[in-house]
Every structure is written in C-alpha cells, then in structure tokens.
Design a binder for this molecule. Structure first.
Ligand code: ZN
Length: 384
C-alpha cells in the first residue's frame, strides 16, 4: 500500500514536502489565507499500518508562536472520537515524532479538532430544548450561516429589564478548538433542567452564545483569521461587513440586548495553564471591578483545580487598553465584567494528564464550572 498524507477536509492544514521514505516524512504548516499567521495543523496518514514512521514539521521554528512547541505533544486519533497524545521533540527548528500506526489511517492535529458538522448538530440539539432560540445573525464572507443561541426566559418571574444579559463567544481564533469544546460543557450544563444551579442562573439571566465566531477560518484550517485574513479579536474597534462581518453582527446584536457580562474563550499556544485575562486598562475601570475580577478567578480556581490564578498575561496598565480586543471593547462600551479565558494547547503543568494532555473532556468540565462561577458572581457570592 502507498503511504499518503492528506488534509483536504474540514479544518485540514498541511503541505507535504516528501512522503516517499516513511522514516523521513517531511511536512510544513501552511499560513492562513491572506495572512502570515501559521501554527494550526491537521492531517491524516494512511497506508502505514505497522510501518515505523518519523514525521517532521520542518517549519515549526517559523510559526507564529515557536515557543508553543516546547513541551508539546501531538493530538492523535484513529477514530476521530478519542484523541490521545503522541510525544514530540522540538529541536528549535523542526517538530518531529515517531509512530508505528496500529491502524490503516491515523490523524494528527495541533489540538483535537471540532468540525463544522459537529457544530451544526450540537446547535440543532441545543436549539431543540425549552427556552432556547437559534438566531441567524447573518452570513460569513464565504457564505456560511452565522448563528447565535439565545437562552431566554424559562418561567422565572423577573421582567426582562431586571435580567442580566450575559454573552459568551468562542473561536474568534479558529485554530483554538478547545474554545468550542469548552462551549459544550458550558451549554450542556446550562441546559440541564435537573441541575439546580443552572435552573437558578437561567431565572436570573438571558444568555447569548456564539459557539463558533469564525466558521470560515475553522473550515479553512486557519490559526487566527477569517476568510479574508482578518484577525477577529483585533477588529472590535472598527468592524465592518466587508472585512469582519462576524464581529460586526455580534456587536449589532449586543447593542440590542445590552451586556452585563461577557466571556470570550481562547487557547494560548505557549502557556501550560488555564487563566483569565481581565480588562484593567479600560478608562472606566474601578476598584470594585478589580475586586470582582479577582473574586471570579479565585472562585473558579476553588471550583476547578485545572484553573489557576498565579500565571497568565501581565496586567494592562491603566488607560492603556487595546480596544480592538473583544473583552476591552465590551468592558469599555458597557462598563461590565468581560473576561478572556485562555486554555493551553499543551497540558496543565499543575494537573497534568500526559496521555491526553489538555483534552476536549477537560475543556468541557471547565465550561461546566463556569456555570457555578457565573451564578456566584450574579448573586454576589464570589470568594473575596
Ligand atoms: Zn485566541
């Protein structure tokens, strides 16, 4: 059988340099369309069952975040269901790993992928539940449906104006599928009628969810950008239907609803931690908001040991916020808490699981913990 490498499928990304010698398969990651970003890869190897293979991504040192390869293991699957990790070596030039496949076909990815097919099925599943509306906000540049879920009133007695308006968005950066796995945990928990915390939260809040902010980039196998090369988390200061309809349409809907809290879900290539970045640099920042941010993070760390408060990005200096970021833009516009969650591609150093690394299941469990944290925030019971 001929050994082959391919990536012509949803989310695929790789260029084949040479595949003739299984002991020296040479590959390169391709950059996003009309952009220099590159780091996401996803491809399959076939015809190599029982053959000792060595695969090298030769341009690893020329990717956007080369520090992401130190201590990184490759997400691997033969059934596209269970994803485990294959140890890899980064020699400051190439990322390489060896494998003797036990199956005819094996898939490798930067992180367990989240397909548009699963996205559509999950949206339909959630939209079928009581009190959930699936709103088509518009279309992407490639013509894909761009949808938002609205989890609304479910028999609570609060009038609309007294209810909190909570927004949650994921995957502005399409090569961060952990964000969409997080969404499964968040939504499944929110919509669990047997869970008293979820039911209580839903009586207090309208919740808007965009599980995939960048379906075009997701399908194209991009790391950071949409179909025209726009980095959506740098578009919030001046979005447009021509360049960044995904941001423009969400901002329009946010303007209708108002925003009392915003969660923007991401992955970080380099840091082996789960952490939240706040919006200390916005001009309407207050001591009370600072306490709220600290309390939210401490509460989350108490709820879920995979989350921590020690490591993360440096705090913004006062009045120095980059308003092209979602969280800063929303915090500045609505004067509300807006948190950017970052999850690792590698593993959590404090709570490691070398067999699976930071995994879809762990992302979902963290998403579920956010239901508790947000409920405690809304009822003024965060840890001090
Ligand atoms: Zn990101």
């Amino acid at each position: 059988m001929t050994i082959a490498i391919s990536s012509e499928f949803d989310g695929g990304n790789i260029a084949v340099i040479s595949v003739e010698d299984p002991a020296a398969i040479h590959l390169e990651i391709e950059s996003d369309h009309q952009s220099d970003f590159l780091q996401w890869f996803y491809f399959r190897l076939s015809g190599a069952k029982g053959v000792d293979c060595k695969l090298s991504i030769d341009n690893a040192s020329r990717t956007t975040y080369p520090q992401g390869w130190d201590g990184y293991s490759v997400a691997t699957s033969h059934d596209l269901n269970a994803w485990y990790r294959t140890p890899a070596k980064y020699d400051q030039q190439a990322l390489s790993w060896t494998i003797t496949p036990e199956h005819d076909v094996v898939y490798f990815a930067y992180f367990a992928p989240y397909s548009l097919d699963r996205h559509a099925r999950q949206l339909a599943h959630w939209a079928g539940q009581q009190g959930v509306a699936q709103e088509r906000l518009g279309a992407t540049l490639d013509g894909r449906d761009f949808d938002c879920l609205h989890i609304g009133e479910t028999g609570g007695s609060l009038v609309k104006s007294a209810r909190h308006q909570i927004w949650s968005i994921a995957r502005q950066h399409p090569g961060e599928p952990m964000a969409q796995w997080w969404m499964e945990g968040w939504l499944n928990r929110l919509l669990d009628d047997s869970d008293a915390t979820s039911v209580a939260l839903r009586t207090l809040a309208d919740i808007y969810v965009v599980p995939n902010m960048n379906p075009d980039g997701s399908f194209r196998g991009h790391l950071r950008t949409n179909a025209c090369g726009a980095n959506l988390n740098r578009e919030w200061a001046n979005s447009s239907m021509e360049r960044s309809p995904e941001v423009f349409l969400v901002q329009q809907r946010m303007h209708d609803t108002g925003v009392d809290m915003c969660l923007d879900i991401h992955g970080d290539e380099a840091l082996p931690y789960n952490f939240i970045a706040g919006t200390e640099g916005v001009s309407n920042w207050t001591e009370a908001r600072d306490q709220q941010l600290i309390g939210f993070k401490r509460t989350l760390a108490a709820l879920n040991p995979d989350f921590q408060v020690e490591h993360g990005y440096p705090r913004n200096t006062p009045n120095n916020a980059n308003l092209s970021f979602c969280s800063n833009s929303v915090a500045q516009t609505y004067g509300c808490p807006a948190y950017t969650l970052e999850m690792p591609f590698k593993d959590t150093i404090d709570t490691p699981r070398p067999d699976v690394g930071w995994s879809p299941e762990r992302c979902a469990a963290l998403g579920s913990s956010f239901v508790d944290a947000v409920y405690l925030a809304l009822t003024d019971r965060l840890l001090p």
